[in-house]
Design a protein around this ligand. Structure first.
Ligand code: NAD
Ligand code: WQD
Length: 346
């Protein structure tokens, strides 16, 4: 049985679908601070399988202890974290407490329960600002430009030290690039609260008429069209990497890190064009100055994930946008106003 922290969230819910489909039994621990119980209902609907849901906080040792006592957990997939970059600059302590403090509490509970396998949601942001746009795992890690990214760097370094101190641990640090899109069913997807910070949710809300126009942050980057380049990865491909990583660390102890991206970079302008092409909707935009802390370009070298864990993405940019649009048009208000019946899993 697996413990999935943050399993009601965007990445956690998509990964839980695949874990259930692969035959794992799941306990989800989530405080629903940035997600909805409906997402788990939908997970159940897609898979036709049950899961245990515990509403609680990873910083609460009593809850963690109970979970490890009551269920035969063999590994943890750790998604629970706060992730809003701007907010992390206004409320650094909240981010340190939740993302770093919360992970320490989780690791302590794991040690007490003698559960030593953990898949951690890391981020490409931990490479910091580099001259090299294609990022490889063996590059030195840099100082992220924001406090959110800093928490990811600290946790990765902590896991490194822990595994150096004792060979009982097995860690997979999955360095996500930019996850986008939704499950093909259109039943689960990204449901940002308020005005989205990230590009694709913003673009799709412009296309559906909820927002007036997109502000493109910066048109003077040293890229072919002057707008910033990122490596966008389909959420279902990203979810699939967790299964592969889990299988790998079950057999190989130590601290491992893999880039999870497609290896392709697209500029903001290219994303807008692709979105218009795939959906047939116009996306109004205006150029505005660069957003503080943004880098010009990055994409993954994902060869290590291909070689070591046998992971390769299957979806292209058109699929990502298609599935995002399917989710957006089927759920214009996200999970709000859902009329699905809520049942008690516990
Ligand atoms: P999300 O906000 O949708 O999911 C995070 C989940 O964790 C939410 O359901 C939230 O309610 C829960 N949570 C937060 N703090 C908690 C706590 N203290 N106790 C219990 N539950 C808690 O975010 P996501 O996009 O699914 O991200 C999942 C993980 O991946 C996070 O660790 C995030 O930092 C990381 N990540 C995300 C991206 C991205 O672009 N989405 C990129 C790189 C890394
Ligand atoms: C993508 C591109 C923006 C919004 C962030 C975090 C990172 C990771 C993923 C994890 C950039 C441009 C965006 C808009 C725009 N987080 N943009 N107008 O910044 O690459 O990564 O999310 O949890 O740690 O930093 O992603 O989607 O915000 O931006 O022009 O309204 O789109 O400048 O070039 P980013 P993003």
């Amino acid at each position: 049985m697996l413990l999935v922290t943050g399993g009601a969230g965007y990445i956690g819910s998509h990964t839980t679908v695949q874990l259930l489909q692969a035959g794992y039994e799941i306990v989800v621990l989530d405080n629903l601070s940035n997600s909805s119980f409906t997402a788990l209902e939908r997970v159940r609907q897609i898979t036709n399988k049950d899961l245990v849901f515990v509403e609680g906080d990873i910083r609460d040792p009593k809850v963690l202890k109970k979970i490890f006592q009551n269920y035969p957990i063999t590994a943890v997939l750790h998604f629970a974290a706060l992730k809003a970059v701007g907010e992390s600059m206004d409320q650094p302590l909240e981010y340190f407490d939740n993302n770093i403090g919360g992970t320490i509490k989780l690791l302590q509970a794991m040690e007490e329960a003698q559960v030593y396998h953990l898949v951690f949601s890391s981020s490409a942001t931990i490479y910091g600002e580099t001259d090299q746009w294609e990022l490889e795992e063996n590059m030195p890690l840099g100082m992220p430009t924001n406090n959110y990214g800093y928490t990811k760097l600290v946790v990765e370094q902590m896991l490194q030290k822990l595994s150096a101190a004792s060979n009982k641990w097995s860690f997979a640090n999955l360095r996500y690039f930019n996850p986008i899109g939704a499950h093909e069913s259109g039943l689960i997807g990204e449901d940002p609260q308020g005005i989205p910070n990230n590009l694709l949710p913003f673009v799709s809300q412009v296309a559906i008429g909820k927002l007036d126009y997109l502000r493109i942050f910066g048109s003077d980057y040293p890229t072919p069209d002057g707008t910033a380049i990122r490596d966008y990865i389909h959420i279902v491909d990203l979810a699939n990497a967790h299964l592969k990583a889990l299988q790998y660390i079950e057999e190989n102890r130590g601290n491992h890190a893999w880039n999870i991206g497609t290896g392709n970079g697209y500029s903001v302008r290219q994303i807008v064009e692709a979105f218009e092409q795939v959906t047939g909707q116009e996306v109004a935009f205006q150029y505005v100055p660069r957003r503080e802390g943004d880098i010009a370009a990055c994409w993954a070298n994902a060869d290590k994930a291909a070689t070591e864990i046998g992971w390769k993405p299957a979806y292209n940019l058109q699929d990502m946008i298609n599935h995002l649009w399917n989710w957006q048009t089927n759920n214009p208000h996200g999970y709000a106003n859902s009329n699905l019946e809520v049942t008690d899993f516990a």
